[in-house]
Design a protein around this ligand. Structure first.
Ligand code: ZN
Length: 301
């Protein structure tokens, strides 16, 4: 007859897979809605925004070590230094943009049709929808317009997907992607704290979307562009998998006919058809403007 200790051990290992499955299902909603609730309560306080983004990044980076989709994706591919530079520069660009937009919005009401009477959290959700539609449109265009693709190809270059990849974008592309949504929000009359909170939610989501963590979106994958959907977008057999362009809300892809098949994506990611594109932040910032690179790699749909 097993002792009490042995009995407990058997029970523990029997329920361990279920606990892991539960954790995998709860990760995305816990982090996303946790961040959303904190930002909603903080009403745009810069300290809380910074703490939410930094805390989410720390959590995701730790969980990548514990529950990776691919342990190889946690290894340096000669890209760690440039990843850090992308993280710093692009967060700097987006935070500066949010600050400047906040200054302008405080002095101007433009159309003044923004529903400022709504609860703060609802305004953030509304701003996130507007901003995200702009991200979808520019991202989709970046896969069919040659010069935009040259700016965007940098995001597809790495042979691994992990939390920093969400910020691996050319500085010009970062500005181009964010501008439509920010302009519309400004014209509608959204205020700085709302816009800054919506941008923070995009950052938190991008951490999760590129996370090398075995989490599952479940039913939420019909609403949010979670990692298991976005990994299809990074496939190396690139021409065959044009789609899943959504940044935050997955339903844009369904609405505009660019949703790819469900299921786990293969782990072969990156691009092979840009032979002149090489690793290195400075080299990649200059690459789109150099002559001699492929002009024909925008694969179209
Ligand atoms: Zn893309």
């Amino acid at each position: 007859m097993p002792s009490k200790g042995e009995h407990f051990g058997v029970m523990f290992f029997a329920i361990l897979p279920r606990l892991r499955a539960l954790g995998a299902s709860l990760l995305y909603p816990s982090v996303f809605f946790g961040a959303f609730s904190a930002l909603g309560l903080a009403r745009g306080a810069p300290g809380v925004i910074a703490a939410v983004v930094a805390g989410s990044a720390l959590l995701v980076s730790v969980l990548e070590r514990l529950f990776p989709v691919s342990s190889k994706w946690n290894e340096d591919h000669g890209d760690t230094r440039s990843d850090r530079l992308y993280l710093v520069t692009n967060l700097g660009v987006s935070q500066t943009a949010a600050y400047l937009v906040g200054l302008v919005s405080a002095r101007s009401d433009m159309l003044a049709v923004w529903p400022t009477e709504l609860p703060f959290a609802l305004q953030v959700l509304l701003a996130l929808l507007v901003f995200d539609l702009g991200l979808y449109a520019v991202h989709r265009a970046s896969h069919s317009v040659g010069w935009l693709w040259r700016l965007h190809a940098i995001h597809h270059f790495p042979r691994r997907i992990h939390w920093v990849n969400g910020q691996r974008r050319h500085v010009v592309h970062e500005l181009l992607e964010g501008t439509p949504g920010l302009v519309v929000l400004l014209v509608l009359g959204a205020k700085g704290p709302v816009i800054a909170s919506a941008l923070a939610m995009v950052t938190v989501h991008l951490l999760l979307q590129h996370a090398n963590i075995r989490y599952r979106g479940g039913a939420l994958r019909h609403v949010f562009a979670v990692a298991e959907l976005h990994r299809w977008h990074h496939q190396r057999r690139y021409a065959a998998v044009q789609g899943n362009y959504a940044a935050v809300f997955a339903f844009w892809d369904r609405l505009f006919g660019s949703r790819l098949a469900d299921g786990d994506a293969p782990l072969e990611v990156g691009i092979d058809d840009e032979p002149t594109l090489q690793e290195g932040w400075r080299r990649q910032q200059l690459w789109p403007f150099r002559r001699g690179g492929s002009e024909s790699s925008a694969s179209g749909e």
